[in-house]
Design a protein around this ligand. Structure first.
Ligand SMILES: *Cc1c(COP(=O)(O)O)cnc(C)c1O
Length: 380
C-alpha cells in the first residue's frame, strides 16, 4: 500500500546524517531537534502552538484532557473512522456518540451531528477521513451555537487545505479549538516509528497540554493535574524535519496518482471514484490541495468488493478495506443507544469501499496495471 523504502532513497543522505548527529549529541529526549521541528510545523500549518507527543492516539486523548472533558460528557464523532478516535473517548470515561457519515465524501454528516446534540454534549471530533477535510464551516457553526469544543482528528489530513465559505484557506488542524495528528510511518507525514502532535491557537490550552504530556508538571516535580508521559523523541523529530519540507511535494505526488486513477475509472459502471476536492466533485484540479489522498478509496457498487479484494491479492496488488466494520458494531463500542437505521451510510460503505495503493512512488506502469486489473474484474 505504501513504498517507504522508495521514498527514503530520495532523502537518505539528509536523514542518515541527521540521525547520526542526534546519536552523537545524545540529546534523545526533548532535544533541540524536537523544538526545531515544533517551530517548523507551527510555521507550515499556520498555528500558534504545536505540542509533539508519542503518537496520534495519545494526541487525541491529551487534546480531550486539555479542554477539560469530564466523565459522562458526550463526545460526537464519526461511525466510519479508525477506532483510535472512539477508543480515547471511552478510555477517558466520556460517552462516545457515534453518528453516520456523508455517502459522497465519507466524512461526518453534519445533520446527524445536529440530531445527536443533547445538553450533555461537550465536543465534536471530526476526522478528515482519507485526507479530505470535513465540513468545517458547518461544524464550527454548530459548535458555536451549542458551545461545544471541536477537536479535529487530522491524522489522515496533514497538509490538506480547507476553503471556508468566505474564501479563506486554512490548513486542516488549524480550524477547530484543538487538533491531533499522527506521524505513523504510513501517514502522509510519517516518521520511522511512532510520533504524534497536538495543535492549537489557544495559548492557555497549549500551556495546559504541555503540562499534561509531561506527567501533569508545570514546575519540576510539582504535579498539578493527572497527566501522561507522551513524548516525541529526537530521532523521530530529526527524520520529520527532513521530511516536512517535502510534504507538499509528497501530497502533490499523491494527487497525481489519484488523478490518474480517477481518469481511468471515470465512466466505468459499478465503480464510484472518490471526491477529488472539497467542492464535491471528482476532478482534482492542478492547484487543488484540499484532498491529500491519505487513501484512494473506490466504491464497488455491484456487490463484487470482497471478490475484488481476493482477486487483487492473487494478482499481488495490495489493497485495503478501510473500514470493514462500523464502529457502532464493534464489540467494544456496541451500545443499546444505537439504532441501525441511523447508520444507513456506514453500514453500506463497509460493504463497498476498497482502497488502492497510494503513496509517493507510484509510477504510470503500476497505475495502469492496477486500474486495468480492477476494471477487468469489476466489469466482467
Ligand atoms: C492513524 C490514526 C490515528 C492514530 O494514530 P497513531 O499514531 O497510530 O496512534 C488516529 N486517528 C486516525 C483517523 C488515524 O488514521
Amino acid at each position: 500500500m505504501v513504498d517507504l523504502k522508495g521514498q527514503y532513497e530520495h532523502i537518505k543522505e539528509r536523514v542518515n546524517r541527521s540521525v547520526i548527529e542526534v546519536i552523537e549529541s545524545t540529546a534523545f529526549i526533548n532535544g533541540p531537534e524536537v523544538h526545531q521541528f515544533q517551530k517548523e510545523l507551527e510555521d507550515y500549518l499556520g498555528v500558534k502552538h504545536v505540542i509533539p507527543c508519542a503518537n496520534g492516539t495519545d494526541a487525541l486523548q491529551v487534546a480531550m484532557m486539555g479542554v477539560g472533558l469530564k466523565r459522562g460528557d458526550e463526545v460526537i464523532t464519526a461511525d466510519f473512522t479508525f477506532a483510535a478516535t472512539v477508543e480515547v473517548i471511552a478510555l477517558l470515561g466520556l460517552t462516545p456518540v457515534l453518528v453516520d457519515v456523508d455517502p459522497m465524501d465519507f466524512n461526518i454528516d453534519v445533520a446527524a451531528i445536529e440530531r445527536a446534540i443533547t445538553p450533555k454534549t461537550k465536543a465534536i471530533v471530526p476526522v478528515h477521513l482519507f485526507g479530505l477535510s470535513a465540513k468545517m464551516d458547518e461544524i464550527m457553526d454548530l459548535a458555536n451555537k451549542h458551545d461545544l469544543y471541536v477537536i479535529e482528528d487530522n491524522a489522515q489530513g496533514i497538509g490538506a487545505n480547507y476553503t471556508s465559505r468566505n474564501g479563506s484557506k486554512k490548513k486542516t488542524g488549524s480550524i477547530g479549538h484543538v487538533a491531533s495528528t499522527s506521524f505513523f510511518p504510513s501517514k502522509n507525514l510519517g516518521c520511522y516509528g511512532d510520533g504524534g502532535a497536538i495543535f492549537t491557537n489557544d495559548d492557555d490550552l497549549a500551556h495546559t497540554i504541555r503540562g499534561i504530556v509531561n506527567h501533569g508538571m508545570y514546575e519540576r516535580y510539582h504535579h498539578d493535574v493527572v497527566g501522561v508521559n507522551s513524548r516525541l523523541d529526537s530521532l523521530q523529530a530529526t527524520i520529520l524535519r527532513a521530511k516536512l519540507p517535502m510534504l507538499d511535494l509528497y501530497n502533490i505526488q499523491r494527487q497525481d496518482a489519484a488523478r490518474k486513477y480517477t481518469e481511468a475509472f471515470t465512466g466505468i459502471e459499478d465503480i464510484d471514484t472518490p471526491y477529488g476536492n472539497c467542492s464535491g466533485e471528482s476532478f482534482i484540479c492542478d492547484t487543488c490541495d484540499c484532498h491529500v489522498f491519505h487513501q484512494y478509496t473506490l466504491k464497488i457498487t455491484n456487490g463484487k468488493r470482497d471478490a475484488l479484494v481476493k482477486h487483487l491479492q492473487e494478482k499481488e496488488i495490495p489493497c485495503g478495506v478501510y473500514y470493514p466494520i462500523p464502529l457502532h458494531s464493534q464489540k467494544a463500542y456496541k451500545d443499546e443507544r444505537y439504532n441501525e437505521d441511523d447508520f444507513e451510510v456506514t453500514n453500506q460503505l463497509v460493504k463497498e469501499v476498497i482502497s488502492l495503493p497510494m503513496h509517493t512512488e507510484l509510477d504510470d506502469e503500476q497505475i495502469d496495471y492496477i486500474t486495468k486489473t480492477v476494471i477487468d474484474f469489476v466489469t466482467n
